[in-house]
Design a protein around this ligand. Structure first.
Ligand code: GSH
Length: 149
C-alpha cells in the first residue's frame, strides 16, 4: 500500500476508534431523553384540560382558594392573614411546589388572571390577587365583604 493511502486509512481507523467507545452511552442517553419526553407528554394530569379542570373546580368548589408554595414568604403572610383574621374559614391551600403539575398550573393561572406569581388568592370565585393585594383588600374591608358574600 502506498504510504499516503496507509496514512489516510490509519486516520480513518483512528477516527472510527475515537467515536466507537461513547456510542453505547449516547444510545442509552437518547433512549432516556426520548423516554422522559414521551412520559411527560403522556402524563394525563399535566394535560391542559386536566389542569384547567383542576384549577377551576378548586376555585368553584371552595369559598377561599390559595395557590401557594411552601417556601414562599409572601404566601406565608397571606396564609397567616387568613388564619388570624378569618379563623372560622377553611381555605383550600394548594402548595404548587409539592405537585408535578406546578408549571402547568402557573401557566393556566397566568392565562386566566394575568398573574403567574404566588400567592394567588380567590374568594367566592373572585380573584383577589397576590399578597400585596390581599393585604390591601383586608385593610380596606373588601376582603371581609368578599368572604361574607
Ligand atoms: N408582590 C407579589 C410577590 C409575589 C412573589 O414574588 N412570589 C414569588 C414567590 S415568593 C413567585 O411567585 N415567584 C415566581 C415563581 O415562583 O414562579 C405579591 O404580593 O404576591
Amino acid at each position: 500500500m502506498l504510504p499516503l493511502a496507509r496514512a489516510s486509512l490509519l486516520t480513518a481507523r483512528n477516527t472510527t476508534r475515537i467515536y466507537t467507545s461513547p456510542r453505547p452511552y449516547s444510545g442509552a442517553l437518547k433512549a432516556f431523553i426520548l423516554f422522559n419526553l414521551f412520559s411527560s407528554a403522556q402524563d394525563p394530569s399535566k394535560s391542559p384540560m386536566a389542569v384547567k379542570e383542576f384549577v377551576e373546580s378548586s376555585i368553584n368548589d371552595n369559598k377561599i382558594t390559595i395557590f401557594s408554595k411552601t417556601w414562599c414568604p409572601f404566601c406565608k403572610k397571606t396564609k397567616d392573614l387568613f388564619k388570624a383574621q378569618f379563623p372560622e374559614e377553611n381555605p383550600l391551600i394548594i402548595e404548587l411546589d409539592l405537585r408535578e403539575d406546578e408549571e402547568e398550573i402557573q401557566d393556566y393561572l397566568n392565562e386566566k388572571t394575568g398573574q403567574r406569581s404566588v400567592p394567588n388568592v380567590f374568594v367566592n370565585q373572585k380573584q383577589v390577587g397576590g399578597n400585596d393585594k390581599t393585604q390591601a383588600a383586608f385593610q380596606s374591608g373588601e376582603l371581609k365583604r368578599l368572604v361574607n358574600l
